[in-house]
Unconditional design. Sequence first.
Length: 289
Amino acid sequence: MPTLGSPLPGKSVPPQPPRPGLRGNYTDARPDYRIPQQWSHYSSDEHALWQLLYARQLRLVRRYACPEFLAALQKLDAGGGIPRFDSVNRKLRRTTGWEVVGVPGLIPDREFFEHLAHRRFPVTVWLRTPQEFDYIVEPDLFHDFFGHVPLLLDPVYAEHLQAYGAGGLKALPLGGLPYLARLYWYTIEFGLVRTAAGVRAYGAGLLSSGAELPYALLDPRPRRLAFDLLRVMRTEYRIDSLQPLYFVIESFAQLLSDTAPDFTPYYAHLAQLPTLQCGETVAEDRILL
Ligand code: HBI
Ligand code: FE
């Protein structure tokens, strides 16, 4: 008689969520955590909620997002309701070779990096509830799609994200994961970029947030530092509050070139340096107003 929890003979163990308490349903996920989007299962209320989230964010991104994001968002034309991944993928594939794959939510780092390294972006298939309109703890369909997917149409950003995934797979055995998680946080999630019109947002956590997008660009409280790869990889971050610190790149080309070298020597160097809390300052910091 198999003990509780062990798979029945011939049945494989379903992929486990990376931590307990996550909302998504992982039981039917494939070994690489993909699940079908099942677009026909979304209710009219969910499509209506998507339209409201999209309309609110569109007003904000027009003022605060980088031009590359705005141009890509227009191409995706996803404001009318929850987009179909298969039709978005036809556009993505012919533009930068990327595609989105449905997942139940957060997935373990290895599988996440594996998808990015093969130009597949994992997008959560479930949408937040109306009560979570302004803030949600876990990344949902709106955060992942509205925040992360448009810039996959930008060739330089798309190349960087694939290189980031490949770097993640190399980092796993080297203990580089915490450093890469910080890099992801301060760029892909909360990054700012200098543009001809001034500093603008490219990070998905900002672009999909009603409150943090204007805060990141207008509020005098957070510090905005010039991007410095090792400084970013030394710096802790907080996941449950508005960020006290943002990093500003000059361009996606700079992000791509600064992160192009092999990181192995960086990990050895970083292991010797004290971790910085997000409120700390070091002498080399270039503070941008
Ligand atoms: N899983 N679905 C999903 N989406 C993410 O953004 C994500 C993840 N797993 C791990 C992860 N991000 C972070 O650890 C990155 O820093 C790697
Ligand atoms: Fe995200």
